[in-house]
Ligand binder design. Structure first.
Ligand code: PMP
Length: 386
């Protein structure tokens, strides 16, 4: 038995994406910077791909910069913006539950003369507009709030934050990675100035991503060289990766609504049956404002880690939280920010479904999980004490 329910950590490529990419490793290997026909072909492909990504988020072609992935896009958005706009102010607002890459970028910026304010979240992981407003001052140049949380799946009020930023003339960045392919993204509707996108999160290859940058926004490049990507991200373009990401976005644009609906049925079944059938199990994250593919639980008296390993023995792949910080022993900063105690955060389990999840996977998981929880609780002194 092999069941994969950890789509937030990594997604397989869609076979249609692989087919689209293949020619760009062999026959169509050109460099867009070359002036001959082979180079021209690569330029055309790059332009088409840029347009596909722009269409995916209702942007314009020239507002897309290809990068090596979401981490680089976040670096370019925050550090690139901060360095270029430091004459206007040195204050940036993020939330307490941003992805680890944003938190570490914030640390870097703090060491380099910027002040970072972190907005708290409520028990469901939602940021409030009022709390953001309280932190804005005349030095605030940028607000960066993730579109939806990568662990508990809570969807943020992005439209409202965008409106606030527009009114206050503050630039607005969002890391959209967890929401990509699950929620429709529209940079104009949400007044976004910068948006981080990744390819793997829409079933494209890893190692490629993009940053949306609204016309008029100015950034300093972080990678300097031959001037590719409007001078903002030098280096020969990863054409096979870019083609793969564009194909993934085209497929997703067509299939997203139906796919999100199918996944939300799985999510709702997981939540309903687990909370009903397993005593002392609780839902983490928001009861309604949550990503269609995300179910996140805590089970009192047991460690998420032991649960993960017991399920691993049964061929089921799930996670206890963000793959990007899974090697640390620290509890999830997101769960702690929602007010959970360390032991509650450690007792949590994240289930994320995706394009290739089947109803049968969900049936099997739901059959297996109560027995595993029960067995671990019998071994747990913590649970007996309760
Ligand atoms: N932002 C978020 C919200 C993520 O979940 C991740 C990891 N998938 C990243 C950024 C980093 O992505 P990558 O490792 O592809 O750079």
């Amino acid at each position: 038995m092999s069941i994969y329910l950890d789509y937030q950590s990594a997604k397989p490529l869609d076979p249609r994406v692989i087919t689209a990419m293949k020619p760009y490793f062999y026959d169509k290997f050109g460099n867009p910077s070359s002036l001959h026909k082979v180079g021209d072909n690569a330029t055309n492909v790059l332009n088409d791909a840029r347009l596909a990504i722009a269409n995916f988020i209702a942007a314009e072609k020239n507002e897309i910069i290809f990068t090596s992935g979401a981490t680089e896009s976040n670096n370019l958005a925050l550090i690139g913006f901060a360095l270029r706009n430091k004459n206007k102010g040195n204050h940036i607002i993020i939330s307490e539950i941003e992805h680890i890459s944003i938190h570490n970028i914030a640390k870097f910026l703090t060491k380099n003369g910027f002040t970072i304010s972190k907005v708290p979240v409520d028990q469901f992981g939602k940021v409030s507009i009022e709390k953001i407003k309280e932190r804005i001052n005349d030095k605030t140049i940028l607000i960066s709030i993730g579109y939806a949380n990568n662990e508990i799946g809570t969807i943020q009020p992005i439209g409202e934050i965008g409106e606030l930023c527009r009114n206050k003339k503050i630039a607005f960045h969002s890391d959209a990675v967890p929401a990509e392919g699950l929620l429709p993204l529209d940079v104009n509707k949400d007044n976004l100035d910068l948006l981080t996108l990744s390819s793997n999160d829409i079933y494209g290859p890893k190692g490629i991503g993009a940053l949306y940058m609204r016309k008029g926004i100015k950034l300093n490049p972080l990678i300097i060289g031959g001037g590719q990507e409007h001078g903002l991200r030098s280096g020969s373009e990863n054409i096979p990766g870019i083609v793969g990401m564009a194909k993934a976005a085209e497929i997703m644009k067509i299939e997203m609504t139906a796919e999100a609906e199918r996944l939300s049925n799985y999510r709702d079944r997981l939540i309903k049956e687990i909370l009903t059938n397993i005593p002392k199990s609780y839902l983490n994250g928001h009861p309604s404002r949550r990503l269609p593919n995300n179910a996140h639980f805590r089970f009192s008296g047991i460690e998420g880690e032991s649960l993960l390993l017991s399920l691993k023995d049964k061929g089921i792949a799930i996670s206890t939280g963000s793959a990007c910080s899974s090697k640390t022993l620290e509890p999830s900063h997101t769960l702690i920010a929602t007010g959970l105690l360390h032991e509650e955060a450690h007792g949590s389990l994240q289930i994320t479904c995706g394009r290739f999840t089947t109803e049968k996977d969900i049936d099997t998981f739901l059959n297996v999980i109560p027995g595993v929880v029960n067995k671990l609780r019998k071994l747990s002194p913590l649970y007996k004490e309760e």
